[in-house]
Each structure stands twice: as structure tokens, then as C-alpha cells.
Ligand binder design. Structure first.
Ligand code: NDP
Length: 246
């Protein structure tokens, strides 16, 4: 069987790195998307030192033009079409709604939701034509339940569920699955920097009594990305230690 090619946006970030590693461990050729070049080159070198070889690709997920160019370049580098796309890049710009600016709103919608259009549009037709594809959208528990101070982020992440369910129907007969993963608190380097007292308060609200590890998201992505996962489409996998159930 030919080696599957995966493109992970935000691939050099906290959760993105773990997703790249899990897909590589599953035997895929992995391209990590990045926006910060200096960070990406250092990340690639660290990975190489640890014996892991990843391709890297610049992309600004807020721009359709940049995504089209990135997909064309990634295909060239990897030597084939993208079989697995993980829409993982995301940002937060928190604030209570009465003080939220249009820029705060728009930046988050653009990076977390418009990005799903911008990245998926250039790969989807290849997937339909090849008869195989996996699109995995990284949402959030806050897109399921809403979160104080995150009306922008919650709206964007909730939007990914509608996108997933609609697109899943368009890909279903062609071997292309589309799913969402909704992580709760994941202990990335960024979250680890939060004051310990606040971390303890957060952890106290999580039934399993700890935050998740990035590798636990990576493992779920690899599960959904596998050839054997062809009957799972239009679904949402909540990975939040029991923090939110419905
Ligand atoms: P990080 O900040 O570590 O990673 C975010 C990634 O997004 C970075 O690699 C960054 O790339 C990339 N990115 C941001 N803006 C752009 C852009 N315009 N174009 C391209 N890439 C961009 O965060 P996490 O790893 O924690 O988050 C990954 C995903 O998981 C996000 O979608 C987040 O919302 C979601 N999530 C995270 C949770 C957590 O607890 N950590 C919980 C629930 C969901 P670069 O560094 O190169 O700029």
C-alpha cells in the first residue's frame, strides 16, 4: 500500500506536534504547517535530533491564497496529494463580550473557522477523486458548552461541528470522512505556564482529576485518520476527562 500523506496545520504547536508524531508513528508522511518560520525550523531540527523526520510548510490559514499555495507546495514536497488534513491551527483572543472588539472577534473566527474552508477547499477535490480522504477538525470543549469570555472562540469552534457534519455528507460516498475532535484542557507548554493555583482549580473541575496530554489527542487523530476508520464520519470525539458530557 502507498504511504499516506498528512498535512497538519499548527503542526509545530503543543497539540500539533503530538498529532504529527502520532501520524508518523502510524506510518504516514507528515507535513507540519507553520506560520512562525524561526520556531518551525528549530522544531524540525529538534525532531530530527530525536530521530523523527518531518516536512514543514509555511501557511497562513487565514488566507485562501496562502492555503492554495501551501497545498501545492506540500504536494510537491511530499510527492503526492494530501490524504489526511488536520485543521488544528487556532488562536484565542479572550474578553467579555461587552468589551470585545471587532478585531478580537474577527481574528478568532478567521483563524479558527475560515481556516477550515481555506485549507479544506484546496485538498477536498483530490480526496474525492482518489476515493480516500480524512479531514479532522480540532474544535474544543468550549465549542460544545460555551465559555465565559470566549464568545468568539466558542462560536468559531461550534461552527466546526456544522462544517464537519455537512462536509461528511459530501464525502461519504467517495471514501472521504470528516470528523471533529473536541479537546478539553490539554497540558501544552502554554497551559503549563498558567499559575499553579489556577491550574489546580481547573483540574479540580475535571472528573478524571488531571489535564489531558497532547499525545492523547494525537492518538485520537491517528485513530480517525486510519484506513480502518472509514465508517466513522460526521462525528465528534470529546476528549475532556469527563469535564463535559452530553
Ligand atoms: P498552540 O498555540 O501551541 O498552537 C497553535 C498553532 O496554530 C501554532 O502552531 C501556530 O503556528 C498555529 N497558527 C496560529 N495562527 C496561524 C495562522 N494564521 N496560520 C497558520 N498557523 C497558525 O496551541 P495548542 O496546541 O494548544 O492548540 C492547537 C489546537 O487545539 C487549537 O485549534 C486550539 O484551539 C485547540 N485546543 C487546545 C486546547 C488546549 O487545552 N491546549 C483545548 C481545546 C482545543 P505558529 O506557532 O507557527 O505561529
Amino acid at each position: 500500500m502507498t504511504q499516506r500523506i498528512a498535512l497538519v496545520t499548527g503542526g509545530t504547536g503543543g497539540i500539533g506536534s503530538a498529532i504529527c508524531e502520532a501520524l508518523a508513528d502510524a506510518g504516514m508522511k507528515v507535513i507540519a504547517g507553520y506560520s512562525n518560520e524561526e520556531k518551525a525550523i528549530a522544531w524540525q531540527q529538534d525532531q530530527k535530533a530525536a530521530g523523527k523526520d518531518f516536512l514543514i510548510q509555511h501557511v497562513d490559514v487565514t488566507s485562501l491564497e496562502s492555503c492554495e499555495q501551501a497545498v501545492a507546495e506540500a504536494k510537491e514536497k511530499a510527492g503526492g496529494a494530501i490524504d489526511v488534513l488536520v485543521n488544528n491551527a487556532g488562536i484565542t483572543r479572550d474578553g467579555v463580550f461587552k468589551k470585545m472588539s471587532w478585531d478580537q472577534w474577527h481574528a478568532v473566527i478567521n483563524t479558527n473557522l475560515d481556516s477550515a474552508f481555506n485549507m479544506t477547499r484546496p485538498v477536498f477535490e483530490d480526496m474525492l477523486n482518489s476515493g480516500f480522504g480524512r479531514v479532522i477538525n480540532i474544535s474544543s470543549v468550549n465549542g460544545e458548552k460555551g465559555q465565559f469570555g470566549q464568545s468568539n472562540y466558542s462560536a468559531a469552534k461550534a461552527g466546526l461541528h456544522g462544517f464537519t457534519k455537512a462536509l461528511a455528507q459530501e464525502g461519504a460516498r467517495k471514501g472521504v470522512t470528516v470528523n471533529t475532535i473536541s479537546p478539553g484542557y490539554i497540558l501544552t507548554p502554554m497551559v503549563a505556564k498558567i499559575d499553579q493555583a489556577i491550574q489546580d482549580k481547573i483540574t479540580a473541575g475535571i472528573p478524571v482529576g488531571r489535564m489531558g496530554a497532547p499525545s492523547e489527542i494525537g492518538r485520537a487523530v491517528a485513530f480517525l485518520a486510519a484506513d480502518e476508520a472509514g465508517y466513522i464520519t460526521g462525528s465528534n470525539l470529546s476528549i475532556n476527562g469527563g469535564q463535559h458530557m452530553f
